[in-house]
Structures are given as structure tokens and as C-alpha cells.
Ligand binder design. Sequence first.
Ligand code: ACO
Length: 356
Amino acid sequence: MIRTRIAGIGKYLPGRVVRNDDLQTVMDTSDEWIQERTGIQERRYGTKHQETTTTMAAQAARIAIERAGITPEDIDFILFATLSPDYYFPGCGVLLQRELGITKTSVGAMDIRNQCTGFVYGLATGDQFIRSGMYRNILLVGAEMHSMGLDFTTRGRNVTVIFGDGAGAVVLQPTEEPGKGILANRLHSDGTHAEKLAFINPGAHGGYHNKYLDEPVDYGYGNETYGGIFLTDKMMEEAMTFPYMDGPFVFKMAVQKFPEVIQEVLGEAGVTAADLGMLIPHQANLRISQFVQRTLRLRDDQVWNNIQKYGNTTAASVPIALCEALEAGAIRDGDLVCLAAFGSGFTWGANLLRWG
Ligand code: ACO
């Protein structure tokens, strides 16, 4: 029986460390507030004009490719998960192909727009391509350069303090080793609350009085017969071009959906939370992860948390945490590993794999 294994993994965190105290110099916040609510002590920001989501992804990808014992030219499909792409289009998948110097055009490249669950969705997607026999070396990347799109004023503090930049990458390959590889995937979505955690402008919604937003919003589009306006002066003047998050609502949903979907993949594989070697939750907020840990009655050594150092890196958080746990020797051959995420959409999901 063919299953999918992670044959190589890499991560990249940019060098610039931004501590909570540093943010305090540009907005009304405090180290105490941030740590108490989120657990975050510091995060990394990429270097403007030098680094992008794609270049960070390439750094992580090169490590993953080398550890898988292959070369970039051996990659036959690229899956790229991000909410902070270099360009609105084309997606980062093709940019990564170019950055890695993959010249063959038989490689496919696809972007995944699932925010915090991008990597978990990507792993489930890659798994299908491997098991069907269509591809043998898939590069799956989660990368974000959030620092380019945040509001560094007090107005944006509830969102801005949470996010950080970084990238994680894996190479997926088939394995026939009994019991090893990806055992189960579960993916969910509920678009009912799409605007509770969203980056709405600029966008092709065209400024209609969005019935899904709590209040009608005037984006300054005017009444032109033809469109052609994507980003309006009003959006810029009134700083409408930043992410929005209803934090308490997201928190309530996350602590419910994380344990549910983890139990689903465990159940599908006929195991229990006690059997888990390691849970890698999306690093949304330390309080969320602690809640999930308590609900599933997991020991500290069964859950990996690194949000304290890197903040929430959205699509990159799961592969970065998985890579770090492996490098620390906290995951061994044969361990049962669960990856789980919840985020904007809302979407949520989990993968269960037997390491090796
Ligand atoms: N520094 C200081 N004060 C702040 C900050 C800040 N950075 N941000 C918000 N505040 C203030 C608010 O203005 C508000 O003040 P007020 O009472 O005078 O109006 C007060 O703190 C409480 O604001 P809330 O938004 O209600 O803050 P809450 O206590 O809910 O904490 C937080 C905010 C940490 C975001 C919390 O809601 C949370 O953890 N939500 C989960 C969402 C999350 O973790 N998202 C991560 C990204 S999504 C994902 O990955 C799934």
C-alpha cells in the first residue's frame, strides 16, 4: 500500500527579531498585555526590499530538498500556501519555481489560499497526488511576510502584535513501509463567518454594501458604470487596507474546532490522544494551544509550542514547528504525529501521520 511520507523538511526565520518592547515604541501596547493574551515574546520580520514571501520559502525549500536527498530539478509539483503573496497574481508557486532554478515546464505549481490551515490543506492535497501515483516528489511550502501588510499604529494593535514572518517546507514522497506515512486527513470549512477574520481591501467586491459585514461600508467607489477600481483613495486615506479580526469570536471557535478535528483523525486511524507522540498545532495563540492540550489531556511533551519566539506565522507555523520539533529530537521514528489548524474562512483541518 502506498502512503505519503515527509522525506525532507526545512524552515527559515528571518534574522530581524522584534520584541514586544519594540512594538511599544510605535503603538500603545505592552509586553505584559501581549504575553498575557497570546504568549508571544518576540517575532521575526523579513528585510524589506530584500526578502519576500517567495525568497523566504526558497530558503526553507532548499533545506527540505537537500534533506530529502534530491535536487530542485527532481521536484514534479509545487504547492504554495500563503496569505501574503509577493503579487496578487501570479501566485507564489511559479515564483518559487523560478527562485529555485527549476527550468523544466513539466513541474506543476499551485497556490493554496487557506490562510492558517494552508499547510494542513496542502498536505492533504499533496497526499492525494502521491497516492494516486501522479507525482513522486512534491514540494509543499507555507510562507508569510506579514510585516509588509500590518497596521503599525495603535489602531491595528490587536492584530499586528500577533503576527510574524517565516517559512517552512517539506518534500513529500511515496512510501511502502507498513504503517508509515500519512494515515488520515480531515478538512472542514464554514463560510458563515468569513469576515470575522479577513483582509477585505483591496478586493474585487466592488464596494457593494456588503451584506455580510455588520455595518454597510462606503469604500469610495462612486457610481461608475464600468469598474476598473480596485484600490480607492478612500481605502488608503481611511486605512481600510489592513486585516480585520474579531479576536474573542475567533478564540471561541478555535478552541472548539481544534479538538474536534484532532479527534476525527485519531478516530479514523483507530488511535487515541494518549497514543500521540506529538501534536503540532497551528501557532495561533498560546492560550488556544493550552486550551486544546487540556481538552485532549495531553502532557507538555506531547505538544509543540514556539509562538513565544516567532508569533503567528499563519501558513508557515505548522511546518516551522514540525521542523523545530524534529531538529530538537522530540519526534522519533515511528511516532504518531498530528498536525492541526484553524483559521480564517473559517477553515480547519488535521493530518495524522506515523513518522518515518
Ligand atoms: N495592546 C494593548 N491593548 C490591546 C491590544 C494590544 N496589542 N490589542 C487590543 N487591546 C485592547 C483593546 O483595545 C481592548 O481595549 P478596550 O477594552 O479598552 O476596548 C482590550 O484590549 C480588549 O480587546 P479584545 O480584542 O477584546 O482583546 P482580547 O482580550 O479578546 O484579546 C486577542 C485579543 C489576544 C486577539 C484574543 O481575542 C485572542 O486571543 N483571540 C484569538 C484570536 C487569535 O489568536 N488569532 C490569531 C490569528 S487567527 C488564527 O491564527 C486562528
